[in-house]
Design a protein around this ligand. Structure first.
Ligand code: ADP
Ligand code: MG
Length: 228
């Protein structure tokens, strides 16, 4: 993904310059962490990257496609095919099994009906939950629920995985499993962007950008990594 002078001002009144015009390139297979205090513009940034909000300034290219030129239906289709979302709250349907939760997401991602169940089993296996495929969310731990949400995000085979505080609702043990999974996905070639308050998460990323008052700046990598 590439931002060229991308910014977003909420119209208000009063207008809020939530993301000041910025430049950023994230290449395929990178793992980027986004850090910053509450209200600094992290979710705004993620919503723009994820095609949920259109920037009010600049040019956003995703896989070489100029997203500003897209009509609403095409934006939605591009989002469904290329982007997987993981949020702090897992947003699972309570009366549906893990498999069904994953399958439902594929309805919107235009995966053929006949393929959905097999693919759901496949991604649940990938997140280490094959043995819990028929469980309802209430019977799963927080970490397992988030792994179902990650499986759901992976089902459409996105090129970009966007996570907004994915460990924010988890105790440290469960956070660790989710983090290890994100690391494994990155190792297998997935492009991962994670918003986080958690230094453990940021420490795993290859790159970190900080946002403060809507201003995005890349953080230098720690010395120990550069010398390795
Ligand atoms: P973060 O995720 O870092 O906590 P946000 O991106 O949610 O920050 O918000 C950045 C700023 O934009 C905040 O000042 C917030 O109040 C404001 N904001 C967020 N969403 C809207 C909106 N829909 N309309 C107006 N202002 C908003
Ligand atoms: Mg936020």
């Amino acid at each position: 993904m590439e931002f060229r002078g991308v910014g977003l001002t909420y119209p208000g009144p009063p207008p809020v310059e939530a993301l000041r015009p910025c430049e950023l390139v994230v290449r395929q297979g990178e793992f980027l962490a986004v850090v910053g205090p509450s209200g600094s513009g992290k979710s705004t940034f993620l919503n723009v990257v994820g095609l949920l909000d259109a920037p009010t300034e600049g040019t956003y290219l995703l896989d070489g496609i100029d997203t500003a030129a897209l009509r609403d239906g095409d934006r939605t289709a591009l989002r469904g095919r290329r982007i997987g979302f993981v949020f702090q709250a897992f947003h699972l349907l309570p009366h549906r099994s893990a498999t069904e939760n994953v399958m439902l997401a594929m309805v919107y991602a235009a995966v053929p009906r006949a393929e959905r169940r097999a693919r759901a089993r496949d991604v649940l296996d990938r997140v280490g939950l094959a043995h819990r495929a028929d469980a309802l969310p209430a019977r799963l731990s927080g970490g397992e629920r988030q792994r179902v949400a990650i499986a759901r995000a992976l089902a459409a085979r996105p090129s970009l995985l966007l996570c907004d505080e994915p460990t924010g609702n988890l105790d440290s043990g469960n956070a660790e499993t989710v983090l290890a999974l994100l690391g494994a996905l990155h190792a297998s070639g997935m492009t991962v962007v994670v918003i986080t308050h958690d230094h453990e998460v940021a420490a795993r990323a290859q790159r970190t950008v900080a946002i403060r008052d809507g201003v995005l700046t890349e953080q230098p990598r720690p010395e120990r990594e550069r010398t390795l």
